[in-house]
Design a binder for this molecule. Structure first.
Ligand SMILES: Nc1ncnc2c1ncn2[C@@H]1O[C@H](COP(=O)(O)OP(=O)(O)O)[C@@H](O)[C@H]1O
Ligand SMILES: [Mg+2]
Length: 287
């Protein structure tokens, strides 16, 4: 944990980036984990939240073992701090097995306890990355609509493009999210540009959104090797592949924050709650 007061280098609220996709298996977790690692390398204090309902695997990719559950936090038996796992220097992980994906199904009272705990926890970090999972389900909407920035990951696979468009459409028309970063995975630069242009042309025609292309990651065997051996690409990839991934990560991390001029504190209580109620979750839904 890197949250001792004397280690706090910035008093600004954390930047919160949700990493989402229309379709699963496009590389969200791979990109989230490496974005987190790269930001930590650059000196940022990073919290990586695994909120993927279907395929929570941040801990597996980083070779970590999850402990505890947010249910214990709700019941007052532990603090969120207790279930964090250290993923590296300046990098903490809130693993998926922790029950965080159930947030949108909790009673209003339990949500408040948890959102309060998240508010407190995230203030200790410079960057919070949320691996939201795929699709237009309630959980993805919940996290994506309440994050400062949404990074959409897609591949040249046509269904990935259609599903990314569907996600952007729902987020923009139902949750007022109008700006998106877009990264194309498993594609060389030419293929990635082609995919992005197709997404842009249909979005420009039908939606009122701004899409910000942040780069690509090529399809490479060393990615599979790294994932299989539960290691970061840095320890087993070729320099070319590492440079490619760093370029993408650095572009995302260098983008100016929205509304960063103001002194407003980022609040999960207010922003997540808005996202939640926009998602039509009934107050009487209890775990
Ligand atoms: N750039 C890449 N090159 C090769 N294989 C990749 C690449 N990115 C992802 N993969 C493969 O895709 C799989 C799914 O990646 P993952 O990050 O778990 O996707 P998601 O989180 O979107 O479901 C990985 O296990 C890996 O085998
Ligand atoms: Mg994943």
């Amino acid at each position: 944990m890197n949250n001792r007061p004397d280690e706090i280098t910035s008093r600004r609220s954390p930047q919160v980036i949700a990493v989402s996709s229309g379709k699963g298996g496009v590389g969200k977790t791979f990109i989230s984990v490496h974005l987190a690692a790269r930001a930590a390398q650059q000196g940022k204090r990073v919290l990586l939240i695994d909120a993927d309902l279907g395929m929570a695997n941040v801990d597996i990719m980083l070779g970590l073992t999850a402990k505890g559950s947010v249910l214990q936090v709700i019941e007052g038996q532990s603090e969120l701090n207790d279930i964090l796992v250290q993923g590296g220097e300046r990098l903490d992980v809130l693993p998926g097995g922790s029950g965080l994906h159930e947030l949108s199904h909790l009673s209003a009272a339990h949500q408040h306890i948890l959102l309060d705990a998240l508010d407190n926890l995230t203030q200790n970090y410079d960057l919070v990355l949320v691996d939201t999972g795929a699709g237009i389900g309630e959980n993805v909407m919940f996290y994506a609509s309440s994050s400062e920035t949404v990074l959409i990951v897609l591949t040249p696979d046509p269904t990935s493009l259609t599903d990314a468009y569907a996600l952007i459409k729902v987020l923009s028309t139902q949750h007022n999210t109008t700006r998106f970063m877009v990264a194309v995975n498993q594609a060389d630069e030419v293929a990635a540009q082609t995919v992005f242009r197709r997404l842009l042309s249909v979005s420009d025609r039908y939606l009122d959104v701004v899409l910000d292309y942040v780069g690509q990651m090529s399809e490479c065997p060393s990615v599979r090797k790294a994932i299989q051996s539960q290691k970061l690409l840095y320890s087993c990839g070729s320099q070319k592949d590492i440079d490619n991934l760093n370029r993408l990560a650095d572009t995302v991390l260098a983008r100016p924050r929205r509304g960063s001029g103001g002194g407003l504190q980022f609040s999960w209580q207010s922003t997540l709650a808005e996202g939640l109620y926009a998602g039509n979750v009934r107050e009487d839904e209890v775990i």
